[in-house]
Design a protein around this ligand. Structure first.
Ligand SMILES: C[S@@+](CC[C@H](N)C(=O)[O-])C[C@H]1O[C@@H](n2cnc3c(N)ncnc32)[C@H](O)[C@@H]1O
Length: 302
C-alpha cells in the first residue's frame, strides 16, 4: 500500500472515530426516547456453515488468567485484592440499571427491574456482579475462563435462593458463540484489558447479543492519568491491587473501543466515567472518562 493511500485510510479511521464519539450521549439519569423491547425470539440464529467461516481465535491470554487463578479464593473478601471492584459495584450497577431500564422500558424503581431479561456476565470472576443482577430479576449466566473463579462463584451463589439459579460455566465468549447462544444483554466489565485480541473479543460479544439487545463494557483508558492512578497509585503506592495486575499498553481509549464496537455492529449510545472520591471512599459516575469508563451499546441489524 502506498504511503498516500495508507494516510488516507488512517484519516478515514480517525474521522469515523470522531463521528462515533460525537454521536455518543454521555450518561445522565434523564429519560431518553423509549426504544422497543428486544427479544431473543426475534434474532435469527447463525447457520453452522457461517459459524465455521467466521470462527474466531481464542480470547485467552494465559499469563493474565494465571494472575486471577492465584487470587481466586479472595473474590468475596471485600477488603482483599478485589476491594476496588466491590467498592465500584454500586456505581456500575447504577449505570447498568439506568441504561437497561431505559432501553428495555423497565421501571428502574421496582425491586426486580430486570425480570424477563436474559443476561450473560462475561469474565464474571467470583460473581460479584452476577449476583446483584440476579437479585434484580435477570436470568443470569456467568462465564469465566478460570475454573477456580467459577467454583467460588457457584459456592457463593448457592448460599442465597435468590442467586442459586445463576448458571455458571467455565468457558469463553467465543465458545458460547459456537454453541449459538444469545442474550438480551451481554456484559463484560473490566475484562477487555485482559484478553488477547479486543476486536475479536468484541465480535464475540456482539454475536452473543440479540439484534437490538444491549452490550455493556467497562475498562480503563490508555491515558497518562490512568498510568499514574490505575497502575502507579493503585498497584505500587496504595497496594489496592497486586503489582502487575494491569499493563498500560493493553488499555483502550474510548475512541478505540467505540470504533471496535462499531465494526462489530454495536452502536455505543451512552458512556460514563467513574471517578473516585478518596475522602468519601466512594466512586461516582462522571463525564470524566480519562481513567475508568463504561459504555452502553445496542446491536444493530447489520
Ligand atoms: C478484573 S476481573 C473482572 C471480573 C468481573 N467482570 C467484575 O468486574 O467483577 C477479569 C476477569 O475476566 C476473566 N477473563 C479474562 N480473560 C477472559 C476471557 N478471555 N474469557 C473469559 N474470562 C476471562 C478473568 O479470569 C477474571 O475473572
Amino acid at each position: 500500500m502506498s504511503s498516500i493511500s495508507k494516510a488516507a485510510r488512517q484519516l478515514r479511521i480517525l474521522n469515523r472515530c470522531k463521528n462515533s464519539l460525537l454521536n455518543v450521549r454521555f450518561f445522565s439519569d434523564s429519560t431518553l426516547p423509549r426504544q422497543p423491547i428486544s427479544s431473543a425470539a426475534t434474532d435469527s440464529s447463525p447457520n453452522p456453515d457461517q459459524l465455521k467461516k467466521n470462527a474466531v481465535p481464542s480470547s485467552l491470554k494465559h499469563p493474565e488468567l494465571a494472575k486471577f487463578s492465584a487470587i481466586a479464593d479472595t473474590w468475596w473478601d471485600s477488603e482483599g485484592p478485589f476491594k476496588p471492584l466491590h467498592v465500584m459495584n454500586p456505581t456500575r450497577l447504577a449505570f447498568i440499571r439506568s441504561t437497561l431500564c431505559r432501553h428495555f422500558r423497565k421501571d428502574p424503581y421496582c425491586a426486580r427491574p430486570f425480570e424477563g431479561l436474559n443476561i450473560v456476565d462475561v469474565g464474571c470472576g467470583g460473581g460479584i456482579l452476577s449476583e446483584p443482577l440476579a437479585r434484580m430479576g435477570a436470568t443470569v449466566t456467568g462465564i469465566d475462563a478460570v475454573e477456580k473463579n467459577i467454583k467460588i462463584a457457584r459456592l457463593h451463589a448457592d448460599l442465597d435462593p435468590e442467586t442459586s439459579n445463576i448458571e455458571y460455566c467455565c468457558t469463553t465468549a467465543e465458545k458460547l458463540v459456537e454453541e449459538q447462544r444469545n442474550f438480551d444483554v451481554v456484559i463484560a466489565l473490566e475484562v477487555i484489558e485482559h484478553v488477547a485480541d479486543p476486536a475479536e473479543f468484541c465480535k464475540s460479544l456482539a454475536a452473543l447479543t440479540v439484534t437490538d439487545g444491549a452490550t455493556v463494557i467497562s475498562t480503563i483508558n490508555r491515558s497518562m492519568r490512568a498510568y499514574a492512578t490505575a497502575i502507579v497509585a493503585a498497584e505500587y503506592i496504595l497496594n489496592w491491587l497486586p503489582k502487575g495486575t494491569h499493563q498500560w499498553s493493553s488499555f483502550l481509549t474510548p475512541e478505540e473501543l467505540v470504533l471496535i464496537l462499531q465494526r462489530a455492529s454495536i452502536d455505543v449510545k451512552e458512556m460514563a466515567g467513574f471517578v473516585y472520591n478518596p475522602l468519601r471512599g466512594r466512586w461516582s459516575l462522571s463525564t470524566d472518562i480519562s481513567v475508568n469508563f463504561i459504555t452502553f451499546g445496542t446491536k444493530n441489524s447489520q
